[in-house]
Design a protein around this ligand. Sequence first.
Ligand code: NDP
Ligand SMILES: Nc1nc2c(c(=O)[nH]1)N=C([C@H](O)[C@@H](O)CO)CN2
Length: 235
Amino acid sequence: MSSPVLITGGAQRIGLALAQHLIAEHVPVIVTYRTRHEAIDTLEAAGAICLPADIRTDEDIAQLVSRVQQHCTSLRAIVHNASSWDCEELNADWATLFDNMMRIHAKLPYLLNLGLVDYLEAHDGIADIIHITDYVVEKGSPKHIAYAASKAALDNMTRSFSARFAPKIKVNAIAPSLIIFNEHDTPDYKAKTLKKSLMGIEPGCQEVINSIELILNSRYITGRSIPVDGGRHLK
Ligand SMILES: NC(=O)C1=CN([C@@H]2O[C@H](COP(=O)(O)OP(=O)(O)OC[C@H]3O[C@@H](n4cnc5c(N)ncnc54)[C@H](OP(=O)(O)O)[C@@H]3O)[C@@H](O)[C@H]2O)C=CC1
Ligand SMILES: Nc1nc2c(c(=O)[nH]1)N=C([C@H](O)[C@@H](O)CO)CN2
């Protein structure tokens, strides 16, 4: 049995699309989920291991590391996808917001990488860690300050872990801007957002999957961040 790919936050949207893609490619998958969206039933029926994980405390992270260790003996890759796009406007308690953003976007990947490195090393071949960050790592975000800072921490760890784990494990990031809208996004927000990039489209999950496949199929790319942002930096 080949080593599974661990995807955090795999119950919806990009994480789910990636899990479905890998399953279609006959790659074993372990996903973590917070809300048991209907898709979890389908993933389990397709043979995926689905681990509940609502990450609110350090103990929740420690328990997840232990649970993953109980479900595999090696790992092909870890994709750090779980994320909360929260903002200062929707939170009266900014200290708690900051802690929550750092926990899901930086502390969870940090402790999963260190806690599961032996499982990545045990893979028969080069293993991968992929941090899903965000375009805002480059320029900040006045409306999502804590979110952007936590994604910047994750971006920085890409270089630290790449140097620490090479050559057996490659560590890279993918920095998307708009990939898919949310259900609650208004027509006005969508129009404004589409204008922010040169390409002016909502590209969909396959754009991120294509970048993940590029990384997984490389024996050489490490310590880098792949921008998937429609030329937003040139607008
Ligand atoms: N969508 C886009 O256009 C863009 C996405 N990205 C990045 O790409 C990645 C995927 O994006 P997208 O699919 O939209 O992500 P989502 O906003 O759909 O979040 C992914 C999953 O993370 C889970 N999650 C959130 N907080 C926690 C927590 N505390 N503990 C456990 N799980 C949690 C959510 O669980 P639940 O289902 O319970 O809410 C959700 O299923 C993210 O890292 C995101 O920051 C970057 C730029 C643009
Ligand atoms: N966890 C999430 N992070 C982000 C999302 C999202 O839906 N979930 N969406 C965005 C936006 O698409 C932004 O890139 C463009 O307005 C950013 N991060």
